[in-house]
Design a protein around this ligand. Structure first.
Ligand code: ADP
Length: 489
């Protein structure tokens, strides 16, 4: 423990904790700062600069001033920067995962997984940077050439959440660099350290000054509004809550900005009576417990055929009961703390609400005693469909099981939400799997798997879960405009 504590301190002492504006680190010393807390212990890990409106103005001016030059950089140069940054992240897996676990709570093994996942977005988009292509056709009457070219959308505002501190950054920064957009970036106040480490790496990898400007702040509303209203930014890419996404969409309307919105989810995890139950439980373990359940893709509602609901709940509870809850930096820990006090209180009140409406505790249902924002892995059976957790992201290790009687009812329950990010279907019947995939109102479907995230696939939702896609071949489109040239033959 002593050595681990020392190594966290060493990693943090090597980190720039100021603002990154116009290619310069603005020292946090002597400025307003805010503390970053370790959710496993409540201890302060570091203090970082608390960016002001004036800082926000400087950031967006820098992005605006550097857009034209950056757009003219050869694609291969942009590609090489991304590729070098990918290699550097992979080389620094140990320190980055330690940093992420310390500021966010996920177990080290999961943090290492996120380092590989997050780095891969940079490698993926390094490959896309040199493959941006347009189109050439002839008009129907044969009289015109129709030439399509593509150009960067322009200065982009990037706003990320705390649950995947590295990957949510690289998933936006990767395509922005690849396409030639300059950026202003505001990471979540709970987890700025991983983002600052990423910025350091991109700088070392050769990213020119002014292309990426970073403002850490406790005034998200003020800083982002300054950018949205600047008239300089042409695009906003946001990952976070649906409530904040709607505010940004309204702000974007004023300047007719492009938007990418990865908002909240409420994923149904549907298990039919013909499913391989052990496989369904394997899927449930990742879909529910990855990141302590703090993922927008987390299975939020387990809809299970009545005839197998009890055996599914028991098998799941059995698997979850063997998990070790604790400080994610310690060996053998499976479930780290939730990110902060409000996150823990939310989970507790959602469980209380479900119990008051008749749910039964199969496992857990409480928090362990002691320091840190921990919550025990929990399975609730017979959860009433009118429970608050049926339409609220739980964002914790709580699996509510709701029995259904037939496919039509399962589908109706699954779609009975404004969210539409992802759904999971477990069945051995291929026709049913495809039918459900067609009918589920979501942007992604996991068929007999509990994980869909993949840098090579387009991530995103429909309905109130968002607009646009991140990752995959579509990911770069979000940062590109088309231009059509009419040329008579
Ligand atoms: P969560 O509840 O998971 O923290 P939020 O949507 O509140 O989700 O936060 C996601 C990101 O949005 C964070 O970087 C946060 O600081 C930022 N944010 C919060 N409120 C606003 C706002 N009014 N305008 C712009 N960004 C915001």
């Amino acid at each position: 423990m002593g050595t681990l504590k020392n190594s966290i301190e060493t990693v943090i002492s090597g980190l720039a904790t100021g603002l990154y504006l116009d290619g310069e680190w603005i020292d946090a010393q002597g400025r307003k700062t805010f503390a970053v807390e370790n959710p496993a212990t409540g201890a302060t890990l570091a203090t970082v600069a608390d960016g002001s409106i004036a800082d926000a103005q400087r950031a967006i001016r820098s992005a605006g001033d550097n857009q034209v030059n950056w757009a003219h950089t050869p694609p291969r140069e942009r590609s090489d920067i991304l590729r070098r940054a990918y290699e550097m992240i992979m080389d620094r897996t140990d320190e980055l995962s330690l940093l992420m676990t310390a500021e966010m709570g996920k177990p080290l093994a999961e943090a290492r997984g996120e380092v590989a996942y997050g780095a891969e977005f940079l490698r993926w988009f390094s490959e896309e940077a040199v493959r941006i292509s347009g189109d050439y056709t002839t008009s129907g009457d044969g009289k015109n050439r129709i030439l399509l070219t593509r150009s960067p959308v322009g200065p982009s505002i990037l706003i990320t959440p705390w649950n995947f501190p590295l990957a949510m950054g690289t998933r936006k920064i990767g395509p922005a660099i690849a396409s030639g957009c300059t950026m202003v970036f505001k990471p979540a106040p709970q987890t700025p350290l991983t983002s600052l480490a990423l910025v350091q790496i991109l700088r070392e990898a050769g990213l020119p000054p002014g292309v990426l400007n970073v403002v850490t702040t406790t005034d998200a509303e003020g800083v982002v509004k300054t950018w949205m209203e600047s008239g300089i930014a042409r695009k906003v890419s946001f990952t976070g809550s649906t409530a904040v996404g709607k505010i940004l969409l309204a702000q974007a309307a004023k300047n007719v900005m492009r938007t990418s919105m990865e908002l909240g989810g409420n994923a149904p995890f549907i298990v039919f009576d013909d499913a391989d139950l052990d496989r369904a439980v394997d899927g449930a373990m990742v879909a529910k417990l990855r990141n302590m359940g703090e993922a927008c893709t987390a299975a939020n509602r387990f809809l299970v055929h009545r005839s197998v609901a009890d055996s599914f709940s028991d098998k799941l509870a059995n698997r979850m009961s063997s998990l070790k809850v604790g400080d994610g930096t310690l060996a053998g820990v499976d479930i780290g703390p939730l990110v902060d006090g409000p996150a823990l209180q939310k989970v507790e009140s959602l469980v209380d609400d479900a119990l008051s409406r008749g749910a039964e505790v199969v496992l857990g249902g409480s928090r362990p005693t002691g320091m840190g924002y921990f919550y025990n892995p929990t399975v609730l059976s017979n959860v009433s469909p009118d429970s608050l957790m049926m339409d609220t992201e739980i964002f914790g290790p709580v699996a509510p099981v709701v029995p259904f009687s037939d496919e039509a009812q399962a589908l109706a329950l699954a779609n009975n939400t404004n969210s539409g990010l992802v759904g999971y279907v477990f069945t051995q019947d291929i026709d049913r799997a495809l039918r459900l995939s067609d009918e589920l109102e979501v942007g992604m479907v996991g068929v007999n798997t509990g994980i869909v995230s993949n840098p090579g696939a387009p991530f995103g939702g429909i309905k109130h879960s968002g607009l646009g896609r991140e990752g995959g071949r579509l990911g770069i489109d979000e940062f590109l405009e088309y231009k059509y040239l009419a040329i008579p033959r």
